[in-house]
Write a protein that binds this ligand. Sequence first.
Ligand SMILES: [Zn+2]
Length: 282
Amino acid sequence: MGCGPVSDRDDFSQKVKEALARRVGFACSNPSCRQLTVGPEEGGEGAFSVGEAAHITGAAPGGPRYDPDLTHEQRSCIDNGIWLCAKCATLVDKDREHYPAGRLREWREWAERGARLALEGVEAPGVVDRQNDMELIRFYAQCFDREAFQQPFMGERSVTDFDRAIEDTITAINTGCLRSRDGHVLAEAKGKVYLTNPDWRDKMDTVVDILRAIRSRYAEAIKSKEVYVASPQPDGQQADWIQPELGAWMDATRAQALRLFGELCEAVNVPAPVFPRPHWPF
Ligand SMILES: [Zn+2]
């Protein structure tokens, strides 16, 4: 596909823009939008478009999600593009925190898959498939079934393990693949982008945003020494030091994520994870 530099802004060629639009059937790739972006020109013979070939990582320094490690060719290549309606293109560039590059790649993958299925007549896009969503939510509930979501933060023996567990949970919800620490696949389903009910998908996005916030807060706490990681003891146990205010924040934030997720569980009749687990001896 015609990848190549155009100016100091690494814009897409016309050919790349067209390919991006065609690969998703000219519909916006935001799963919560799916707005058609082309239509007939009123009173004329032509067609008009309200779609945009948006950059996943910015076209120029300072742009949204700009990645300085990419070459000019990579930045203007089709792999770095996503087809969006004008409204969603503005939205993802304004609210950069909420729409990182990874989320846009998920959208593109989902939209391309949807376009292919629609072409094959397998599945009408935009139809809510309750059975599908139920199975996915049941899988996500399994992802929360781990110590990091059961006990108060002050009771963590190793905060490093805690942070990894949160990271693994985010990955499992995004990719639909739950792995143990050594990479062994424990369970497989599909990532949250495959939820067909848009309200539930939005809710799962928010749950993951909260989990990301927990990881950022943890990274900050390490820097500001609100948490101190002890070296492993001879018996293999670690006992890290944690500032109580940080513990309270972590617990409240985790409870918030699980409360939100619990609403989805309730909607599909799956037992919701509760935090902290009732039999925790605190
Ligand atoms: Zn849109």
